[in-house]
Design a protein around this ligand. Structure first.
Ligand code: ADP
Length: 162
């Protein structure tokens, strides 16, 4: 039974994340999407909302669970019984950061490996921060997010956030 962890801020989840989750769920027995409770980044959505949006967006995948966590990602992976951490790679800039993270995690927890999946071409330019910027300015984001996330962003920016 191969359980893998897909950690991140997911602020909010978008179609690039969903694509990686779908592909990882196809490769492994169980995928745990782990939403980092307190990243150093400034967040738009609170943890409960990020978890709910991810759960709704991934409900078609039977072997996927969504949780939130605090502390070290490798500790979360151990708690969940995961043997690897899945990450998505867009550009070479992602590679530099991800290889540093993977080596750090390996030093902390030699039993946990890193699995990086290359983004699908159509999502290669997509990031949560670009998405929020376009949504805040009233641009069309319907090709980049599931409908529930589109609605949540729309509501948030109508309320004058960001
Ligand atoms: P973090 O705060 O850890 O960077 P994110 O929520 O931004 O978390 O992203 C989570 C993971 O999803 C990371 O591995 C990131 O590289 C990956 N990811 C983000 N956007 C895309 C995309 N468009 N295509 C593929 N992977 C992506």
């Amino acid at each position: 039974m191969h359980v893998v962890l897909y950690p991140g801020s997911f602020d909010p989840i978008h179609n690039g994340h969903v694509d990686i989750a779908q592909r990882a769920a196809h490769l492994f027995d169980e995928l745990v999407v782990a939403i980092y409770d307190t990243p150093s980044k400034r967040l738009l959505f609170d943890t409960a909302t990020r978890v709910r949006l991810a759960q709704e967006s991934l409900k078609h995948l039977v072997n996927v669970r969504v949780i939130s966590y605090q502390g070290l990602t490798v500790d979360c992976a151990h708690r969940e019984g995961a043997t690897a951490i899945v990450r998505g790679l867009r550009a070479t800039s992602d590679y530099e950061y991800e290889s540093q993270m993977a080596l750090t995690n390996k030093a902390l927890a030699p039993d946990i490996d890193a699995v990086c999946l290359i983004t699908s071409l159509k999502y290669a330019y997509l990031s949560s921060s670009i998405l929020k910027e376009v949504a805040a300015l009233g641009g069309n984001i319907s090709n980049w997010v599931p409908p529930n996330v589109q609605q949540a962003l729309h509501l948030r920016f109508r309320q004058g956030e960001g």
